[in-house]
Design a protein around this ligand. Structure first.
Ligand code: ATP
Ligand code: MG
Length: 403
């Protein structure tokens, strides 16, 4: 089969294939970009596979970066773009279900395609637009079927992350799992426990952000795979609360999606939950804040203090999630209250501790901290202008009152 029209991303990258070929090697576009081109979906990162070994690839191009030589990947910089060129390889022996015990570079495209996870991810596309389809992937694309390349059981045993990837592609493509693939995912699900949490997180996160995320979550539930993910064991009913969200709703950021998950699971200690998932502390914090905003919002409109405490982006993300729960929304009120704030951060207060000590004879200590906080909130509440004179007068008055 031939691709009717090569998307511009591939056309731009054609000189790369041609250079590799001119040096006497084979080169193809591979992976998700070929699948997406065939589905007429937008393409991101164009990946290239070639029969040249990393050192040989580096010799062909002027500007390269070693980004994963041990896996056979060289980054090539050409006409302002970056392309990952990976040597054809096989991953034959897996010992701990986590990662290939060794990567062998090979000269055969077929060997390389055989080690790929699903038939629809195992195409190669040459410079003429011809599709190499060794595993009837085109038929699966047509039928919207996700099928493991080769023997499913073997493939999930080699790398259990493929089980998560299966759910993720279901969610992004809206495809159904082929029966033997689905059975093998179910049987091999316990192996997910051995996969690094970071890798699992990436796939789960992509799943949640996909248009058919419900389908992906449903598959995770019916396969029993959730039992082997952090903090999800035996939580089927809780996870199902995600389905209370409106049918059409899609999450707009990771933090928002994970906030919905945390709410469904009724997680109390959010930082601890994300420690198990090994995310950054900042990510955990952001999710926690979205959850806090939602809880505040349950009590009514957000006031100045609430709008001051959180970033506008998070206030709006939380409001958007309310749409998912079919709750009332009022973006305008949030915008208005937020924009009416005279300060958005305490560093914007024109007076600071150092100044009060130096110019007004204040003593360093907790009392100073208290008065600064009082000033900050008086400004936020609109009771005090953010002007030096007004603030000093305010302090003096507060002192008088104390006497
Ligand atoms: P996306 O569009 O989300 O980037 P993708 O299909 O390109 O999806 P990647 O994770 O970028 O997925 O991987 C690129 C390709 O590498 C896949 O299409 C697949 O052929 C192969 N691949 C990636 N991870 C695995 C894996 N764990 N086992 C087998 N093949 C894999
Ligand atoms: Mg990709």
């Amino acid at each position: 089969m031939r691709l009717e029209k090569m998307p511009s991303e591939f056309q731009e990258a054609l000189p790369i294939l041609e250079k590799i070929k001119a040096a006497g090697f084979e080169a193809y576009f591979v992976g998700g970009s070929v699948r997406d081109a065939l589905l007429d979906r937008p393409i991101h990162d164009v990946d290239i596979a070639s029969s040249s070994y990393p050192e040989e690839t580096k010799a062909i191009f002027d500007r390269t970066v070693d980004i994963g030589i041990e896996h056979g990947t060289v980054l090539v910089l050409e006409n302002g773009q970056e392309y990952e060129i990976t040597t054809f390889r096989t991953e034959d022996v897996y010992v701990d279900y986590r990662r290939p015990s060794s990567v062998s570079f090979v000269r055969s495209l077929e060997e390389d395609l055989k080690r790929r996870d699903f038939t629809v991810n195992a195409f190669a596309l040459n410079e003429k637009g011809e599709i190499v389809d060794l595993f009837h992937g085109l038929e699966d694309l047509e039928n919207k079927v996700l099928r493991a390349v080769g023997l499913p059981h073997e493939r999930f045993n080699e790398d259990a992350l493929r089980i998560m990837r299966g759910f993720r592609f279901q969610a992004s493509l809206g495809f159904e799992l082929e029966e033997a693939t689905s059975d093998a995912m179910k049987e091999c699900a316990p192996l997910l426990e051995k996969i690094s949490v970071e890798r699992t997180f990436i796939e789960f996160d992509k799943l949640l952000l996909s248009p058919y995320w419900r389908q992906g979550v449903e598959a995770m539930l019916s396969s029993g795979a959730y039992h082997y993910l952090p903090e999800m064991k035996d939580r089927k009913e809780a996870i199902e609360r995600l389905f209370d969200i409106e049918l059409e709703y899609t999450f707009s950021t990771s933090e928002q999606a994970w906030a919905a998950l945390v709410l469904a699971l009724e997680i109390q200690d959010i930082p601890k939950f994300f420690k198990k998932w090994k995310t950054s502390r900042e990510f955990a914090k952001t999710v926690e804040q979205i959850v806090e905003i939602l809880k505040l919002r349950e009590k009514g409109s957000l006031d100045k203090r609430a709008c001051y405490k959180y970033e506008k982006r998070l206030l709006l993300l939380a409001e958007e999630l309310r749409e998912g729960y079919a709750l009332s929304v009022d973006y305008l009120v949030i915008e208005r209250v937020y924009d009416s704030l005279t300060i958005h951060d305490k560093h914007e207060v024109v007076v600071n501790g150092g100044m009060l000590i130096k110019e007004y004879g204040f003593q360093p200590g907790p009392a100073l901290g208290e008065i600064l906080t009082k000033i900050e909130y008086a400004i936020v509440d609109g009771e005090l202008a953010n002007e030096k004179e007004a603030i000093i007068a305010y302090i003096q008055q507060a002192k008088e009152e104390e006497k």
